[in-house]
Ligand binder design. Sequence first.
Ligand code: PHE
Length: 372
Amino acid sequence: VTNSESSPQPDLAALLEGLVAVEEAGRARLAGAQTVDALRLVTQEVLGKRSELAATNSQLRLLAVEDRPVLGQAVQQVRERLEVEADTRRAGLEAAERAARDRAEAMDLTEAAALAAAEATPLAATLPLPPLPGHRHLVTIVREELEDIFVGMGYQVAEGPEAETDWHNFEALNMPPNHPARGMFDTFYLNLGQPGSVVLRTHTSPVQIRLMETSAPPIYAVAPGRVYRRDTPDARHLAEFHQIEGLVVDRRISMGDLAGTIEAFTSAFFGPGRHSRLRPSFFPFTEPSAEFDVTCWVCAGEGCRTCSHSGWVELGGCGMVDPNVLQAVGIDPEQWSGFAFGFGIDRLAQARTDLSDMRALLDNDIRFISQF
Ligand code: PHE
């Protein structure tokens, strides 16, 4: 009964001897695996169902009853030792792979120190420096330039969240629920809280509200950041783009201050001889409202296809902060007045670099980014 009909009874001593060879071969194979992935395969082959170890184990049932525990224990001991071996090897390989990854991704901070040293001492400045890894994105470069211009005019740089409440994005900006002006913005609603109560901000104007809620006037601030609209991306539109908002609240601020500020910004950013003009328009949160144009960046005002032969291109919206908006944030419109403006940063980056398709800004291709 102990023997199968067809197989002859195996020899215990030969099996035990074979086991020694199985263990040795197993160890060698585990030690030879060069990656965590390779080790996983080898471990399967050495310890899995189709391994030689499993084959030896399957001989158990052919042995005499009294011999079975001897082989059984021997197999179990070999299995345990090989498992320990596999675990140790895996830990070693994982550590090595982690270290290699860390090395590849490391930022060499001594490069920054070397740069600082180069600026401090003319001698060091003559030494060649290794190139810094990575590159600022074109949109970041333009955004920082805009920030610098406004900081130079005494403005603070502010930020707000990209997931915004309906209150900040619309309602406090004089667009109550169902107000038709909400139709100016193709909105992404988020599945958070009450339906329709949280949106991906459609403009940077909600940062106006946050600024006025948290600080008392006088306020001089710009707020650059990412905004979202349910637009189909094409050469001149992205569903995810960047704006910069400006907000000034102080005593006796007038439309003249707004026009002068935009003119000062225009010549600082585009260069002397470049001008701006305001055209009447409508925004629910400013009254009066205007759109502002700047001297065409392609033809410098001569007239060309880009500006439809007018010499001007439209850049953004602006106006005097509506008294309703001041009231919504508890600022007394009898004492304070202000202006606001907003425009797209990606458009500026596109104009500046003659970029024919805006979607390149999202491609995350270092070869594109490195050109700027
Ligand atoms: N938020 C407006 C837009 O995105 C622009 C704007 C900002 C208009 C500030 C007036 C004042 O179209």
